[in-house]
Design a protein around this ligand. Structure first.
Ligand code: ZN
Length: 146
């Protein structure tokens, strides 16, 4: 099995068995984004306590890349601090632009399986959508707080 096949399998697994999908009982913040290029939609909800993302719930429709990316992101960010989540988001965007160190990418967990998207600029937005929704949620949270 090649590395590409392995990544393909991780992506399909998240698409078929999404993590962090569904409503939250007490969401503190939510955001919704649409990708007109592909028709992907992500609605993201976060529960935030003491600077930590204690729970993540998403709903969405669209291609396997967009939905798998949301699932991977949810799994990775749940339980992390807002600061850590922002760092992951930065690293994820960098990974889509250029080759990053494998050592760095392990931080992203399963989300590093999406690095192959780098070769398909048209699909970049699909991979980014969930992360953009996450950044929007964090921004909203900071605004509401102050
Ligand atoms: Zn898409």
């Amino acid at each position: 099995m090649s590395l590409d096949d392995l990544y393909q399998e991780v992506i399909l697994d998240h698409f078929n068995n999404p993590r962090c999908r569904g409503e939250l009982e007490r969401p503190d913040v939510r955001s919704e984004l649409f990708n007109p290029l592909c028709g992907d939609r992500i609605e993201l909800r976060l529960e935030v306590q003491g600077g930590h993302v204690v729970d993540v719930g998403f709903d969405g429709k669209g291609c396997s890349i967009s939905q798998a990316s949301a699932s991977m992101m949810g799994e990775l960010c749940k339980g992390k601090t807002l600061h850590e989540v922002e760092q992951y988001s930065k690293l994820f965007q960098e990974m889509l632009k250029k080759q990053c160190d494998e050592e760095e990418l392990v931080q992203l967990g399963d989300a590093k399986a999406l690095q192959g998207v780098r070769a398909f600029p048209a699909r970049m937005k699909c991979a980014m959508l969930a992360w953009e929704a996450m950044e929007k949620c964090i921004k909203k949270f900071h605004t509401d707080e102050s």
